[in-house]
Design a protein around this ligand. Structure first.
Ligand code: SF4
Length: 345
């Protein structure tokens, strides 16, 4: 009977964590700079994708002061491929504020951390708990799932979030807040996984309402997903005789803000015919398709890109770069893919 179940004991989870935690690079040393860096990088990205970037950033900018002193363009280039480029801009802005205005020390409270660029409720709570032992439970998707199952909350996730976040706070131990935050996330990542929770291995199995009711793998209930707009664009690959390609910088706000890209048509839902598209092209000639169209998916939108290649009509001013230079530029994955598919890598 669900009513007779014990409460989830935080000590059991901590004991499990002590044995089963993964050796992640930011767990080696409890340093606010490293913890902050890992938290910002891990937002909406898998750990497997984050680890090489985290290590490369630390090798290049071993301290907050180093990162704050870096050029914004260098930081964007190093972030290239990790996606969500606004996070890289916020990361750099945050490093500068902490290094220059806060004497090199991160605020220790959730509220103080939330006031910094790029830190939302979850990241601020995670840093406060893990770096500064503040008594708070950061709530991400993993934690929402574990809590929905522990308490058998059957309401759709979108409506249950506030309730689940409150219940998460009730699970907190009296000490080891940083370890507990990580233990809860680790449980969600390793045992209480989205599709197939491994309940027999779970330290909280006896306390879990969803397990007792046999509904663990149906929770949390998802709300219907909104379809992503599917946009179309044509990109123009203008190649000089010396192999250099014309790039342009995107506006400072919006998707891929400030990143470099091939000049292109606006992105729209209606497919482009080539004649209309070429009205948006830089001055060029001999245009022809250089690769089959491909689809690239962002968080809220997907774009199908056709790439047409041509030769410049006359001497054109602008940012020209050769394949060997692209490693040092802030090229988002979409542009890198367009270039690679057109044989420019
Ligand atoms: Fe998740 Fe199963 Fe543990 Fe419940 S018993 S918290 S469903 S892994």
């Amino acid at each position: 009977m669900a009513g007779a179940l014990p409460s989830p004991d935080p000590k059991r989870l901590l004991a499990w964590y002590d044995v089963h935690k993964r050796a992640l690079p930011w767990r080696v040393r409890r340093d606010p700079y490293r913890i902050w860096l890992s938290e910002v990088m891990a937002q909406q990205t898998t750990l497997a994708a984050v680890i090489p970037y985290y290590q490369a950033f630390l090798a290049r900018w071993p301290s907050l002061a180093d990162l704050a002193a870096a050029d914004a363009e260098e930081v964007l280039a190093a972030w290239s491929g990790l996606g969500y480029y606004r996070r890289a801009r916020h990361l750099h802005a945050c490093a500068r504020i902490v290094a220059q205005d806060l004497g090199g020390r991160f605020p220790e409270s959730v509220e103080g951390l939330r006031a910094l660029p790029g830190l939302g409720a979850y990241s601020a709570a995670a840093i406060a708990a893990i770096a500064f032992e503040r008594p708070t439970v950061p709530v991400d998707g993993n934690v929402l799932r574990v809590v929905a199952r522990l308490f058998a909350v059957t309401k759709p996730l979108a409506q249950a979030k506030a309730d689940l976040a409150e219940r998460a706070q009730t699970l907190r131990p009296r000490r080891r807040f940083g370890d507990f935050a990580q233990a809860l996330m680790e449980l969600g990542a390793l045992v209480c996984t989205p599709r197939a929770p491994d309940c027999p291995r779970c330290p909280w199995a006896k306390a879990c309402r969803a397990r007792a009711q046999g509904i663990a793998d149906s929770l949390p209930q998802k709300s219907a997903k909104k379809a992503k707009p599917m946009l179309q664009a044509v990109a123009f690959l203008l190649r000089r005789a010396d192999g250099a390609v014309l790039l342009r910088r995107r506006p400072d706000t919006g998707l891929l803000a400030g990143m470099l890209e091939l000049p292109s048509t606006p992105w729209r839902e209606k497919p482009w015919n080539l004649d209309d598209a070429l009205e948006h092209a830089p001055p060029g000639r001999d245009w022809q398709e250089s690769a089959p169209p491909f689809r690239h998916v962002f968080s809220h939108v997907s774009v199908t890109l056709r790439v047409v290649a041509g030769r410049p009509a006359g001497r054109l001013a602008g940012l020209w770069a050769k394949p060997g230079q692209w490693g040092g530029l802030a090229l988002p994955s979409l542009t890198a893919k367009a270039l690679a598919r057109s044989g420019q890598s």
